[in-house]
Write a protein that binds this ligand. Structure first.
Ligand code: TMP
Length: 205
């Protein structure tokens, strides 16, 4: 079986980190060879770009922000994701292009086409095989955030997150077959078993 590129998506505080950890434990039990990584970040230069993007002191235009996400993605795809897939390893990534569609395309109102244009060269045709979207009402995820812990993106207002949720809905629709939408409300175990059930329906392991 060809190695799979799997991404997790969802609003901030949807529980992605915990669910990725549990998902990876399940992959390990199945004997799958994989790496885990994240965006923005995943390699030294992209982690530096992440620090710039998320720093609350760095006010920037939506265009600059979109290019920084795309720049971090270009290096991450070329230096980490493609080499791992070429070596036969699965890649499990916390956020990818759908975050740019939701946050920059809709949150920042740049539009889907513009964001895809900015990302075209960065992607090198690398799209996820499966995207697990943790679906949660932005009002619920916002209620989970503590003011003092917020980074630059998380400090945006409610209207931004409502637009981002709309953007995710649109990204899920446009993503078609690769999308797995999971109800992210419930206990950690409930959400985990929803993910595994839906995933194994798609991928026979
Ligand atoms: P994280 O907190 O999940 O690590 O992600 C950092 C923030 O960056 C999060 O608020 C979502 C945002 N983001 C974008 O706006 N566009 C992107 O392309 C990516 C990957 C993340």
């Amino acid at each position: 079986m060809k190695p799979l590129f799997i991404t997790f998506e969802g609003p901030d505080r949807a529980g992605k980190t915990t669910q990725i950890r549990l998902f990876c434990e399940a992959l390990k039990e199945k004997g799958v060879e994989f790496i885990t990584t994240r965006e923005p970040g995943g390699c030294p230069v992209s982690e530096k770009i992440r620090t710039i993007i998320l720093d609350k002191d760095n006010a920037m235009s939506p265009l600059c922000e979109a290019y920084l996400y795309a720049a971090s993605r270009a290096e991450h795809v070329a230096a980490v994701i493609r080499p791992a897939l070429n070596a036969g390893k699965w890649v499990v990534c916390d956020r990818f292009i759908d975050s740019s569609i939701a946050y920059q395309g809709f949150g920042r109102e740049m539009g889907y086409e513009t964001v895809m244009e900015i990302n075209r060269l960065a992607l090198q045709d690398t799209l996820p095989d499966v995207t697990i979207y943790l679906n949660i009402d932005p009002r619920d995820s916002m209620a989970r955030q503590r003011e003092e812990e917020k980074d630059r993106l998380e400090s945006e207002g409610n209207a931004f997150f409502m637009r981002t949720a709309k953007g995710y809905a649109e990204a899920m629709r446009l993503g078609g077959e690769r999308m797995v939408v999971i109800d992210a409300l419930g206990t950690i175990e409930e959400v985990h078993s929803r993910i595994m059930d839906a995933f194994f329906k798609k991928v026979a392991l």
